[in-house]
Design a protein around this ligand. Structure first.
Ligand code: AHR
Length: 522
């Protein structure tokens, strides 16, 4: 439940007396009419001012061999008593297919630079057991490898994106992995894939060349990494007519020195197709114990992420005015304070996924709309049971988190054209808005991250008139509320009133809420 703010310390006794005397009367009047605890907001949607297409890949996801993301999460194994489709958790497949996952990055993360793909192909009984160095030293039995990953992507309708191993791997390994996946037939590796179940090539387009090589991927300098990138890129083959889309390791947050050093060290004819930044919103509290202040501090990262997107894009443009190198936000989301007991019972990097996590993710998706012309792909960390996931599992249960529902609310923006929005002082008010359009359809997403202020919002639409509108809301009274296991009362989007009139839209945006409005223009 939201807690009331303490009274203004500069108030005098007389102020208090006056206020308390009038309280019973005031209590009878709706807050909205008094302007008490409300932050009336005016927003202008410049429907004619286009930013760029909201690529579906801006709603991408990430699945790593960490904690219970793969094992016990999406993969329960073929002999599991948990309902499964060829080893994939049936309920997870259904939920993810329903949501639509445009692209899925795998197998890491830090795990990628210690992963050797040959360990994960062939008859499962013959696959070697290795130690997962980064995520707890448990035994990785390699039962989920390349063929299982592709099978999973096909089940949920996602485009596969594989992150190669630069830290402890070789150009030969990445080259062979691409051949195994993409060469049609007749080579030893293509025939091996056929024996493993797929005569058809996988045609994987997206390949990461390492992960966080400034950190867990080898502790390199940007120039050291760039030298390796050049070698790996030379041996990344065009096969079956498919040119690999190479994603180079970009900066840790807005590290401009890394980006300059990398771009200075790679010749124009061998630039990567994309450059991947990682940026998380760090938080000080355990995931289900945020206060309004610690939430505000964590959410304050999002304007910094937006600044980083703008600055890194401008930096790349300084080298490559033709936008040959796309900017990717390969990993993003919330890092809360981990609780060792929770990690013990639910796996490494397990966090509860609360209304506050949902607001953080909605802030991210709004900023991707606003910067749609600068971003090619963004992958949330991570899909199941890790950080701010779409799904959480426990035994046979699989729960859709509030983050799942934020993606569901934003789904209508995919492939539309983002348009500019002007809002009054959005930073201090806790209001964040974005919009996109296609033909006569306009989609507006708004969120109120204040825990103490409801907002009546008036949206005027520049140069068009709305004919009709409907809205859905995701809201919880408590910033630490979440969808738990074994509970039939789940928080999910529900219809929300919105009115059309005077050339615009009017709606109430309660504290701690995310709303998407679908507008049909006249
Ligand atoms: O998401 C967990 C880890 O965070 C990833 O493995 C790594 O790339 C990042 O630092």
């Amino acid at each position: 439940m939201s807690s009331p703010r303490p009274p203004n310390p500069r108030w005098t006794r007389r102020d208090f007396a006056r206020t308390s005397a009038s309280l019973p009367l005031l209590a009878l009047v709706p807050r909205g009419l008094l302007g008490l605890g409300t932050g009336r907001q005016e927003v202008t949607i410049r429907v004619d001012s286009e930013i760029g297409q909201v690529r579906p890949e801006l709603h991408g996801h990430f699945a790593e061999h960490v904690g219970a993301c793969i094992y016990g999460g999406v993969w329960v194994g073929r002999n599991s008593p948990i309902p499964n489709v060829n080893g994939y958790r049936k309920q997870a497949v259904e939920y993810l297919r329903e949501l639509g996952v445009p692209i899925l990055r795998w197998p890491g993360g830090c795990f990628a630079d210690d992963y050797h793909w040959r360990d994960g192909v062939g008859p499962p009984a013959g696959r070697p057991k290795r130690v997962n160095l980064h995520w707890g030293g448990y035994v990785e039995d390699n039962s989920f490898g390349t063929d299982e990953f592709i099978g999973f992507c096909r089940q949920i309708g996602a485009e596969p994106y594989i992150c190669g191993n630069v830290g402890s791997g070789s150009p030969e390994e990445l080259r062979d992995w691409i051949e195994y996946s993409n060469f049609p037939s007749g080579s030893a590796l293509a025939d091996e894939r056929a024996r493993n179940g797929s005569a058809e090539p996988y045609r994987i387009r997206y390949w990461g060349v390492g992960n966080e090589n400034w950190g867990c991927g080898g502790q390199m300098t940007a120039r050291e990494y760039a030298a390796l990138f050049r070698r790996f890129a030379v041996f990344a083959p065009v096969l079956g007519g498919l040119k690999p889309y190479l994603v180079a390791c970009g900066p840790d947050r807005n590290d401009v020195a890394w980006s300059h050093d990398f771009m200075d060290s790679v010749p124009a004819h061998r630039l990567p197709e994309a450059f991947a930044m990682h940026y998380y919103a760090e938080g000080k509290s355990p995931s289900a114990a945020y206060t309004p202040a610690t939430m505000e501090a964590q959410l304050a990262t999002f304007p910094e992420i937006e600044r980083a997107v703008i600055q890194q894009r401008a930096l790349l443009d300084g080298y490559d005015g033709g936008r040959k190198v796309m900017l990717v936000l390969d990993e993003w989301g919330v890092h809360d304070r981990l609780v060792p007991e929770e990690e013990k019972s639910h796996g490494r990097l397990w966090q509860q996924c609360t209304m506050r996590s949902a607001l953080a993710v909605a802030l991210g998706l709004n900023l991707f709309n606003r910067q749609a012309d600068k971003l090619a792909m963004c992958n949330l960390a991570q899909m199941v049971n890790v950080r701010a996931p779409l799904l959480q599992t426990e035994g046979g249960e699989c729960v859709r988190t509030l983050v799942y529902y934020v993606f569901a609310l934003f789904r209508a923006h995919r492939s539309k054209t983002a348009v500019r929005v002007e809002a009054e002082d959005p930073s201090s008010s806790g209001l964040s808005v974005s919009a996109s359009r296609e033909g006569q359809d306009l989609v507006v997403s708004l969120l109120n991250s204040r825990d103490d202020t409801d907002m009546p919002v008036a949206c005027s639409l520049r140069s068009v008139r709305p004919a009709s509108a409907s809205a859905q809301i995701l809201h919880a009274d408590d910033l630490n509320a979440y969808n738990g296991f074994g509970s039939s009362a789940q928080i999910a989007p529900r219809p929300h009133p919105v009115s059309v009139g005077g050339g615009g839209l009017q709606l109430d945006l309660p504290r701690l809420s995310v709303v998407t409005v679908a507008v049909r223009m006249a």
